[in-house]
Design a protein around this ligand. Structure first.
Ligand code: 5AD
Length: 408
């Protein structure tokens, strides 16, 4: 039965690709044509794909790679992450930064330190800076706004924030300062599991934050962990369905890695193949989303980054935090980021990409969705129906124009 569903799910993707080449995707569906890629897969299809055996898995990965290439191109976007504070008010059961982990030595970087690190990263060529921290309320929204303004005044780059749950007003201050994107992973779409893993928090609140971010005009990123206790293929299918209904511009999907100083210390790590299948299915369902080959994937397996890039990923997020702080930002142990030089390991990434016949993008790598694509000017936002920039550019990936995308 599930073999039949799997064959039909693969057939749906193949039909969508054959009848609707990437160039015309998004420009409306002709009557009688199969539904556009992404929309046609049911929850049952997704479960079957996630449970694919080794043979079909190869087909799944090849399809995801084809979809990535057709919709996002061969260019890989690098996002330089600055982990500026390891303080956190949350107590997530899986995370080494959790409030109750008293073994962790905590740090905060000053705004000047953050700007100096960002300047080094942009000088090294990064076109997106990600400011990430625990949920640290020490920094007011105005402080984060100053970081964003400082970075954007100094260089033509995009800024992504990943600073956790805040009020709509606080998000608005960050957005007005020029922040382009916001990452807030939903972690798991199962409300019961969410509450068990995040004491005092609810999935509903998380989704409300995501709705605020959407309403404020951020490019929105979410995502989930693979291999949490109590998770099944059905739960993961719900994660992907949620990402689709949120219509995310980015999704981070990576395996769970146990941290010894957390309640999940003895829970096994996420499965590599399941992590890759989840990424691959996400690519089929979200053809225009930026999907990173996550650091967690690269930490789980020495070839994880390459594998991710061959299963649908088009983004790498190197860590540019000064090493003295980086080693203290211990979400999970043994991160590959610890072995990378100050610049996040650009030489190694260039070598990896050239081995794959891919290149580093020189653009800010905004979302290629029609609403964000055409030069990011206020006038261009809302010109729906335009084919994505990447498709018009013959699959080069990313936008070769400026990065002056502002609030529309
Ligand atoms: N294993 C894998 N990913 C983790 N995260 C936090 N703890 C872990 C862990 N033990 C992820 C969460 C969070 C991001 C910053 O790191 O998805 O959103």
């Amino acid at each position: 039965m599930s073999e039949h569903i799997l064959a039909s799910a693969i057939g749906k993707v193949q039909d969508a690709l054959a009848s609707k080449p990437p160039r015309t995707q998004g420009a409306g569906t002709a009557r009688g044509a199969p539904p556009p890629l992404g929309a046609g897969l049911t929850e049952g299809d997704i479960v079957a794909l996630l449970e694919a055996g080794p043979g079909e898995q190869r087909t799944l990965f090849a399809l995801a790679d084809e979809v990535r290439r057709g919709f996002m191109g061969d260019a890989v976007h690098l996002r330089g992450i600055i982990e500026f504070s390891s303080y956190c008010v949350r107590n997530c059961l899986y995370c080494g930064l959790r409030r109750d982990n008293r073994r962790l030595v905590r740090y905060r970087m000053s705004i000047d330190e953050i700007l100096a690190v960002a300047a080094r990263a942009t000088a090294a060529g990064y076109r997106t800076i990600v400011l990430q921290s625990g949920d640290d309320l020490h920094y007011r929204a105005e402080d984060i706004a100053r970081m964003v303004e400082g970075i954007k005044q100094a260089a033509d780059v995009a800024v992504t924030l990943s600073v956790g749950e805040r009020s709509r007003q606080e998000y608005a201050i960050m957005r007005r300062a020029g922040a382009d994107r916001f990452l807030l992973k939903h972690e798991t779409a199962d409300p019961g599991l969410y509450s068990r893993l995040h004491p005092g928090m609810t999935l509903e609140d998380r989704l409300e934050c995501l709705a605020h971010l959407r309403g404020l005009g951020f490019q929105v990123g979410s995502g989930n962990i693979v291999g949490l206790p109590g998770q099944t293929a059905r739960t993961l299918a719900k994660d992907i369905m949620l990402l689709r209904s949120l219509d995310v511009e980015m999704a981070g999907i990576g395996p769970f890695i146990p941290h010894p100083d957390t309640p999940l210390a003895s829970h096994p790590p996420g499965d590599l193949s399941m992590s890759l299948r989840t990424l691959a299915v996400a690519r089929l369902v979200l053809p225009l989303a930026h999907l990173p080959a996550t650091t967690a994937l690269a930490t789980l397996h020495p070839d994880g980054r390459r594998m991710g890039l061959e299963c649908g990923a088009n983004v790498v997020m190197p860590n540019v935090t000064p090493l003295e702080f980086r080693r203290l930002y211990e979400i999970y142990p043994g991160s590959i980021a610890l072995a990378a030089p100050d610049d996040g390991g650009l030489a190694q990434i260039h070598a990896l990409l050239s081995g794959l016949g891919r290149q580093v993008s020189h653009t800010c790598g905004h979302s290629p969705k029609p609403a964000w694509a055409a030069g990011h000017s206020a006038a261009s936002v809302g010109r729906r129906g335009l084919p994505p920039e990447t498709a018009r550019g013959g699959g080069r990936g990313g936008h070769e124009g400026g990065c002056k995308w502002q609030i529309g």
